[in-house]
Design a protein around this ligand. Structure first.
Ligand SMILES: Nc1ncnc2c1ncn2[C@@H]1O[C@H](COP(=O)(O)OP(=O)(O)OP(=O)(O)O)[C@@H](O)[C@H]1O
Ligand SMILES: O=P(O)(O)OC[C@H]1O[C@](O)(CO)[C@@H](O)[C@@H]1O
Ligand SMILES: [Mg+2]
Length: 340
């Protein structure tokens, strides 16, 4: 078969490992050929694609980013958009199946195309780990490792100066990265979009920790909204809908209310760059191979997923029924260790 691949949405470590394993497995096991569409759905709409042979994927499992490039293009938008236009490109290129590797937005587009009768399957990805229908997405473990390492470093400088250190991590809708990296780094408070926490409560935790001679570490997800504010007027909410600046807002408030010297570090895109961890390489490699098997079985409208330790197949709708948020009990478990 001739299989098209695309990567779409925010990039994440592990995308290249999916491309590599899909190409290797397809070529070695089934004699498939591969075409990579460049920059997500944009490459499909513009018919911008490159053929992928074995040499193109050499050593890719350890490389961050995506050799195909990514974008947040909607395949239904614009004069070249829509299911008919996509079908025309696939036909012209003699592509038998399209593998869309992306988050919930990308997979929503894939689902619509599959519903229109196109041979499309999905591979779930996102550092946010907010996709339903799969226990984990690759990229998350790498982001947590990077954030944890950064927090370990913040703690040593924080302790030297008896400062409160604030670390802002990604997660505009969900707090998985904040929760896991905060737990791993022994944070004294973790603030996530799912759980309201008042400034009074936060400052009480910070003061208690400081009073027992420690340097408080506060982890905040970029999408956290301080209680009592709606979309937090002081925060710059960018045109792309991604909230920015909550770390600075929290830092200023802590310093003003507690008198404890406080510093903010926003980790930003560092969390999405560089080499994937071993866990993410393995998950992405298994997903890529399973995606080729899904194509083989003509499972259009479905995606690969990990449940426990098994790679399984689920309908794309499983990933599209709202985001996988942090359950209240997971946050309560972490909260027991905050403050004094
Ligand atoms: N229902 C939909 N149908 C078609 N396209 C969609 C739909 N919803 C979103 N998209 C398109 O998919 C693009 C990618 O979605 P988004 O930007 O959320 O990234 P993603 O694939 O979810 O990955 P991540 O959120 O992890 O960066 C969106 O920018 C939008 O253009
Ligand atoms: O790279 P961009 O477009 O600024 O998007 C950043 C967003 O993408 C993600 O990294 C992945 O969805 C989010 O954690 C973050 O809010
Ligand atoms: Mg998304």
């Amino acid at each position: 078969m001739k299989i098209g691949l695309l990567t779409s949405g925010g990039d994440c470590p592990g995308l290249n490992a999916v491309i590599r394993s899909a190409v290797l497995h397809g070529i070695k096991s089934y004699g498939d050929t591969f075409l990579g569409f460049r920059h997500g759905w944009a490459g499909v709409l513009a018919d911008d694609a490159v053929s992928l042979v074995r040499a193109d994927v050499k050593g890719l499992a350890r490389e961050g980013g995506t050799i195909l490039g990514s974008s947040r293009t909607n395949p239904f938008d614009g004069p070249n958009g829509g299911a008919d236009a996509v079908a025309e490109v696939l036909e012209r290129r003699q592509v038998d199946a399209l593998v869309a590797i992306g988050g919930e937005g990308t997979l929503a587009g894939a689902k619509r195309l599959a519903d229109a009768g196109l041979p499309v399957i999905g591979v779930p990805k996102t550092i946010d780990n907010d996709l339903r229908g799969t226990d984990y997405t690759f990229g998350f473990d790498t982001a947590v490792s990077i954030a944890t390492d950064a927090m370990d470093r913040l703690r040593t400088t924080g302790e030297s100066h008896r400062r409160c250190m604030v670390a802002e991590v990604m997660g505009r809708n969900v707090g998985w990265i904040a929760l896991h990296s905060g737990l791993a780094a022994g944070a004294h408070a973790v603030l996530i979009p799912e759980q309201p926490v008042s400034m009074d409560q936060l400052c009480a935790w910070v003061t208690e920790v400081h009073e027992r001679g420690r340097s408080p570490l506060v982890v905040v997800a970029e999408g956290f909204v301080p209680e009592g504010t709606e979309t937090a007027p002081a925060l710059a909410t960018a045109a792309d809908g991604r909230p920015r600046g909550v770390g600075e807002v929290i830092t200023a408030a802590i310093e003003e209310r507690t008198g404890i010297e406080t510093r903010n570090t926003s980790l930003g895109h560092v969390q999405r760059g560089g080499n994937p961890t071993g866990f993410d390489r393995v998950l992405a490699t298994r997903f890529g191979m399973a995606a080729v098997d899904l194509v083989r079985d003509r499972q259009w409208g479905r995606m690969v997923s990990i449940q426990g330790t098994e790679i399984v197949r689920v309908d794309l709708t499983a990933a599209l029924d709202g985001l996988k948020t942090v359950p209240a009990e997971r946050w309560a478990e972490a909260r027991a260790l905050f403050g004094r």
